[in-house]
Design a protein around this ligand. Structure first.
Ligand SMILES: [Cu+2]
Length: 124
């Protein structure tokens, strides 16, 4: 009697632990969704719904930045000081810029000047 109750309780306990484990894993996966911390190799700015994402990107000097246009409309990513400029990126297309000038460079879309962002170029 008592042994069957305690073994049932043990099984219920294990099941609860397993559930908690799954929930914890799922939660971690979700919260780690922002891929902003890509250092060194390549960074990406996505243009979607007439917005740059991330609007504020930090890169190392000389870093290549891939600019992906997920809209159907054409966009550009053009530095206010013209230190980088993708030119027209057709809908669903992508281009690459190299951020060479240190400091904060504000940029915008030449076609839609209300689309703005900043690339921060800083050495480590
Ligand atoms: Cu645009």
């Amino acid at each position: 009697m008592t042994s069957s109750i305690s073994s049932r309780a043990a099984i219920a306990g294990l099941a609860a632990l397993a559930m908690a484990g799954f929930v914890a894993c799922g939660g971690n996966g979700d919260s780690g969704g922002g891929a902003s911390g890509e250092a060194g190799g390549g960074s990406t700015v996505v243009i979607k719904n007439f917005k740059f994402e991330p609007a504020n990107l930090k890169v190392a000097p000389g870093a290549k930045v891939t600019v992906k246009n997920e809209d159907a409309a054409a966009h550009t990513l053009t530095a206010d000081d013209r230190s980088f400029d993708t030119g027209n990126i057709e809908g669903k297309g992508q281009k690459e810029i190299t951020a060479t000038k240190a400091g904060q460079v504000a940029y915008k879309c030449d076609i839609h000047p209300y689309m703005t962002g900043v690339i921060q170029v800083s050495g480590s």
